[in-house]
Design a protein around this ligand. Structure first.
Ligand SMILES: Cc1cc2nc3c(=O)[nH]c(=O)nc-3n(C[C@H](O)[C@H](O)[C@H](O)COP(=O)(O)OP(=O)(O)OC[C@H]3O[C@@H](n4cnc5c(N)ncnc54)[C@H](O)[C@@H]3O)c2cc1C
Length: 379
């Protein structure tokens, strides 16, 4: 036996699972096809938003609250600053699904927030164009994460606790055995008791049975130069989700002293082969984001100064797939985070460690159960 647990894909979720398992004394071997923290994974692009008043569903709130503590514990262990809670502005039309779900999350869990009205909102946040029927909610437990540093920090902690990480090592196959499984790489094969599959947008290559349940999609991130630098620093500009009709802009304040990230994150395009991701931007995309920024974020010059594309795996209901694959107790998957998984990642790492060690978790992850998509018999 080469290790108790193999982690295939040491990106966002894999790094956190490695940290959580190694910390608990489990022997771990992780396989990553690229370097650790590289920006071809879903973790690329400098920042990720952390929100608690959750528009994707109140069922996430307890997981997010615990994730916040785990982020702090990773910061403490690594001595790195990973999560800055500078608040989150959620702006959308009154009565929209997103605003109603945010309100429900706030109501169900008595979340710290402010609702800003008309002139008061315009005065406090002149960076945005606000319309009469807009609702402006400030989520006090929101902010931004440093994704590449977070992945590297988690791996460093895992290694410190004894994990072995094989970078630049692509897994070609995972073969379930009666006892455990064999991991096949170009270099050699490894035998382990359990396997965690955290291969993000590449998951279909190893688990083709998930076709039509998991879809790699491409998201374009864009950065803009501010017209007034003093209005876009982290103390003045919270992270934001600005929704209006077909426009959805999400972004973070200026982190590098020169640019503000504001990206169009609605309906990302589907891609057939994650190894052939088009990382550039086409003119149509740039025009669309430019139009959104011109209309909704007048504090920025509307031509993007930087653009790059990334991928994530999406599911039909936008909830991830986390748990044992059917007919096996030793293959555990965590994929399909549908464009909103980063903030949850230390929590997912913890849940994966519990599934490996105890065979169950007490956290509520019913909405992420693999069996909602397939019957064991036809897997
Ligand atoms: C542009 C963009 C913006 C986003 N914004 C936010 C946000 O603001 N807030 C938020 O919470 N979430 C956000 N998300 C979502 C979040 O980043 C993802 O849900 C999360 O990072 C997915 O993690 P993962 O581990 O599934 O995938 P990844 O981080 O991509 O990890 C998969 C890893 O598996 C490796 N791998 C794949 N196949 C193999 C193989 N055969 N052998 C070895 N290694 C392999 C890959 O190289 C990669 O390192 C965003 C996503 C994108 C793309």
């Amino acid at each position: 036996m080469d290790a108790e647990v193999a982690i295939v894909g040491v990106g966002t979720m894999g790094s956190m699972a490695a940290w959580q398992l190694a910390k608990k004394g489990v022997s771990v071997i992780g396989f990553e096809q690229f370097g650790i923290g590289n920006d071809r994974t879903a973790a690329g692009g400098e920042s990720r938003l952390f929100r608690t008043a959750y528009m994707e569903g109140p069922e996430y709130v307890p997981l997010l609250q615990e994730a916040k503590h785990l982020w702090r514990s990773l910061e403490e262990a690594s001595d790195n600053n990973l999560l800055t809670l500078n608040g989150g502005l959620m702006i959308g039309e009154s009565g929209s699904l997103e605003i109603n779900t945010i309100k429900k999350s706030i109501h169900d869990f008595a979340l710290e927030h402010e609702v800003l009205e008309g002139e008061q909102a315009k005065k406090r946040y002149p960076q945005f164009t606000l319309y009469e029927n807009d609702v402006v909610i400030l989520d006090k437990n929101a902010g931004f994460l440093r994704p590449e540093l977070a992945v590297v920090s988690a791996v460093q902690q895992a290694v410190k606790h004894g994990a072995k990480i094989k970078n630049y090592t692509k897994v070609n196959d995972i073969v379930p055995e009666k006892q455990g499984a064999t991991i096949v790489t170009n270099e050699k094969s490894y035998h382990v008791e359990k396997v965690i599959i955290t291969t993000g947008a590449w998951t279909l290559k190893l688990i083709p049975q998930l076709k039509n349940k998991l879809f790699p999609r491409r998201l374009l991130l864009t950065w803009f130069a501010p017209k007034d630098v003093s209005l876009v620093t982290a103390d003045k500009l919270p992270i934001f989700a600005r929704m209006r009709g077909d426009f959805r802009l999400t972004g973070a304040p200026m982190l590098d002293g020169s640019m503000v990230k504001a990206s169009y994150t609605k309906d990302p395009s589907y891609i057939d082969d994650p190894s052939k991701l088009y990382r550039d931007a086409n003119l149509e995309e740039l025009e669309r984001i430019s139009e959104s920024v011109k209309t909704l974020l007048p504090v920025l010059y509307p031509d993007p100064v930087r653009a790059s594309a990334y991928m994530d795996a999406y599911t039909p209901d936008n909830h991830a797939i986390v748990g044992e694959l059917p007919d096996t107790s030793h293959l555990i998957i965590a994929s399909g985070f549908s464009g909103h998984g980063f903030k949850l990642s230390p929590m997912i790492g913890k849940i994966l460690s519990e599934l490996c060690i105890d065979g169950k978790t007490n956290y509520h992850i019913q909405h992420m159960k693999p069996n909602r998509f397939f019957e064991a018999a036809n897997f």
